[in-house]
Ligand binder design. Structure first.
Ligand SMILES: Nc1ncnc2c1ncn2[C@@H]1O[C@H](COP(=O)(O)OP(=O)(O)O)[C@@H](O)[C@H]1O
Ligand SMILES: [Mg+2]
Length: 386
């Protein structure tokens, strides 16, 4: 055999041994690779319901990436492709995590690469039973609202809004991104209920039984967004389940539907203006819930009552205007028509209004003596949230 033939054979053999780069593998052309040949695995970043995310350094480029590793035992190829394709499609938005055009499979898992968020997820930034500062919460909310508005404009529903799915890039919260599109579906898709309920699940999904058909709607994200906002500002969940058997939920719904004037104690730290927004977001009827754009109208308002203690068991001290709304509602519910000039009433009739409110409160509690004591539960365990 002459020398040139030997060299060609060696070249061919070498070529076969050279591992192909993950950077030339996409979901349509999924290469089977060994993860450790291409990435130095630095640490585990987190775990979710279906898989784990690790920090890896690409040996070819030196870049650090977050690799989402989904075991084939938990996720089918079609499901993996859907999550990867949606994540990649949504990437251009500045508040959605960047997904690189890199996807491959190993013997046991499907893998794709995303940008690495050095500060981690929002869950760890919410101090239990305390929450975050109003300023930081607004900063995060503004960015998540923008990401959700973008998704909803594309008729996509995230379906898993919670702090674990929000990534933080700096300690000032100036760069915050939404991620985890594993549950994302097109608005209007009919699916079967498979998962149990978590505190972020809207009432219409909570009440569906396992395997019942449910229609995916952007209003589900609005609800979860409202619960997320409450968690961020208090460090607690408003309830365990959005079901009337849950006393905290039931008490809130009575207030939300104006069946009761009593604002449950865990909501009393918020201003009437924020409560107005909560009333629109956390409407038990999905079709009546506001759209994500509505939230932006409230970002310049004050959200937390200046010197009010959340443990205060006094009656709600909402503004005169809100009391008027409540009062007129109650009177109307009792068949009494009211045509009040709010501005005039505020200045001239405060005394009389206070007497009427006191009378109604006494009447209310004599009719409904069961007062719910709000010893609010604290969840410090991340697993309880998922
Ligand atoms: N790009 C990333 N940078 C830093 N941490 C991440 C990143 N992606 C995910 N994580 C961490 O891993 C956890 C699980 O990731 P996620 O994609 O939500 O998986 P699952 O679909 O299983 O819930 C997240 O809650 C977060 O703590
Ligand atoms: Mg997740």
């Amino acid at each position: 055999m002459d020398a040139t033939v030997i060299t060609q054979q060696e070249d061919l053999a070498n070529l076969r041994n050279v591992p192909k780069s993950p950077r030339c593998s996409t979901s349509e052309n999924l290469l089977n690779l060994n993860i450790k040949e291409h990435y130095e695995i630095i640490k585990e970043l987190g775990r979710g319901t279906y898989g784990k995310v690790v920090l890896g350094r690409c040996k070819e480029t030196g870049t650090q990436v977050a690799l989402k590793v989904l075991p084939k035992t938990n996720v089918k190829l079609r499901e993996f492709q859907r999550e990867f394709d949606l994540s990649y499609f949504l990437s251009p938005h500045s508040n959605i995590v960047d997904t690189y055009n890199v996807a491959f499979e190993t013997k046991s898992s499907f893998v794709f690469a995303q940008e690495f968020a050095p500060v981690g997820d929002l869950f760890d930034k919410i101090t239990p039973q305390q929450g975050m500062s109003e300023k930081d919460a607004k900063c995060v909310i503004r960015q998540i609202a923008s990401a959700l508005d973008f998704m909803h404009s594309k008729k996509l529903v995230h379906r898993d809004i919670k702090p674990e799915n929000v990534l933080i890039f700096d300690h000032e919260f100036s760069k915050v991104k939404l991620m985890d599109f594993g549950m994302t579906r097109k608005d209007g898709t009919v699916i079967r209920k498979v998962n149990g309920s978590i505190p972020y699940t809207p009432p219409e999904i909570c009440e569906a039984v396992r395997n019942e058909s449910i229609t995916v709607s952007t209003s589900c994200d609005i609800w979860a967004f409202g619960v997320l906002l409450f968690c961020m500002l208090t460090g607690n969940f408003p309830w365990e389940n959005a079901d009337i058997s849950d006393v905290y939920y039931n008490e809130f719904t009575l207030w939300q539907r104006r069946k009761s004037t009593k604002l449950p104690s865990q909501w009393k730290k918020f201003t009437p203006r924020l409560m107005r927004l909560f009333r629109k977001i956390l409407d038990p009827k999905g079709e009546r819930r506001c759209e994500i754009k509505e939230i932006c109208k409230y970002l310049n308002d004050s959200w937390i009552q200046p010197c009010k203690n959340s443990d205060n068991e006094e009656e709600d001290m909402a503004s005169g205007s809100d009391h008027m709304d409540e009062l007129s509602n109650i009177l109307q519910n009792h068949g009494i028509e009211t045509h009040m000039d709010k501005a005039c009433a505020r200045t001239q009739n405060i005394g009389m209004v206070t007497v009427i409110i006191a009378y109604i409160i006494i009447l209310h509690y004599s009719l409904f003596p069961f007062h719910l004591i709000n010893s609010h539960k604290l969840y410090t365990n991340r697993k309880m949230l998922t």
